[in-house]
Design a protein around this ligand. Structure first.
Ligand code: SIN
Length: 281
């Protein structure tokens, strides 16, 4: 039986939908969860406002969409390995999510999505931008689509974690960077088919994709740079303005995202839970 009535308002022509009329801290019925999932599949990211969520309720909501994914590089941002606290303090010179990316794509089965909750939100700045990778694929020429057919990209965490990445200096949220850290590397199709919608989308990102399978990184660079830039074209993007109690729930398969660095003298603290995904095909 339904216990809520969803109101869905589109954020832009490129994607994003704000859902109101639902309290995600409640035990939602299957029909409501199904509608949220449908909206996520259709609009790439769904947003909620004025939610009151502790860690347990956030995880319970996430579990309605799949098992919780434990990030291999962020252990230690809090007591709970299922939670990543994304923290930015005034004066930080670096922060999590500062390049266009999809999350954690170096693993064999990257997360299907993430639920980010605004705990301490600056009065202005610190928005998150998203880019719709269905659209990015759709507008490629037939020639480019043919060329990309069957091409696989190598994804690695070498640029964002471990001692060589040098990312922890000046950043409040720390990656694992001890001597026991080991690179994780996997390849995925450059053009991926969404397991639920059946639509094709571009699946490369600046934080994790290092080149194409069977090619050197130098050989890969020109085409990879084109695809990375192309995927962030303004007409594919949409932007979310945070408030305390806001939620962004993104489909990590069809959307890339970037956190904006303009928080000025303000702190920004978010709680993130990721949801397991499947092997890209
Ligand atoms: C992330 O990349 O997961 C963080 C996004 C944000 O803080 O807006």
């Amino acid at each position: 039986m339904r216990n809520t009535r969803l109101d869905i308002r589109l954020l832009s022509g490129a994607g994003g939908a704000e859902i109101s009329g639902v309290d995600v801290a409640q035990d939602l019925d299957d029909g409501t969860i199904g509608e949220i999932r449908d909206a996520l599949n259709e609009h790439c990211v769904v947003f909620f406002r004025d939610q009151e969520l502790d860690s347990e309720r956030q995880k319970a909501f996430a579990r309605r969409f799949g098992e919780i994914f434990i990030h291999p590089n962020y252990r230690g941002t809090g007591d709970d390995p299922e939670i990543v606290m994304v923290r930015r303090e005034p004066g930080d010179t670096s922060y999590v999510g500062e390049d266009w990316h999809a999350d954690t794509t170096m693993v064999a089965e990257p997360p299907m999505g993430a639920i980010l909750y605004g705990i301490d939100v600056p009065p202005y700045g610190g928005d998150t931008m998203f880019a719709n990778q269905y659209l990015a694929y759709d507008v490629l020429s037939d020639g480019m689509k043919r060329m990309l057919d069957g091409v696989r990209a190598v994804h690695s965490d070498i640029m964002v974690a471990g001692p060589q990445a040098g990312k922890n200096k000046g950043r409040s949220t720390k990656h694992r960077d001890g001597p026991d850290w080991r690179e994780t590397r996997n390849s995925h199709p450059v053009v991926r088919t969404h397991p639920e919608t059946g639509r094709k989308m571009l699946f490369v990102n600046a934080s994790y994709t290092v080149g194409f399978e069977g090619m050197t990184e130098k050989e890969s660079r020109p085409l990879l740079d084109f695809l990375l830039e192309h995927g962030n074209r303004p007409e594919f993007t949409f932007r979310f303005r945070w408030e305390k109690g806001s939620i962004a729930f993104w489909d990590n398969r069809s959307a890339k995202h970037i956190a904006l660095g303009d928080t000025g003298p303000f702190r920004r603290l978010m709680r993130r839970v990721q949801i397991c995904g499947d092997r890209p095909v």
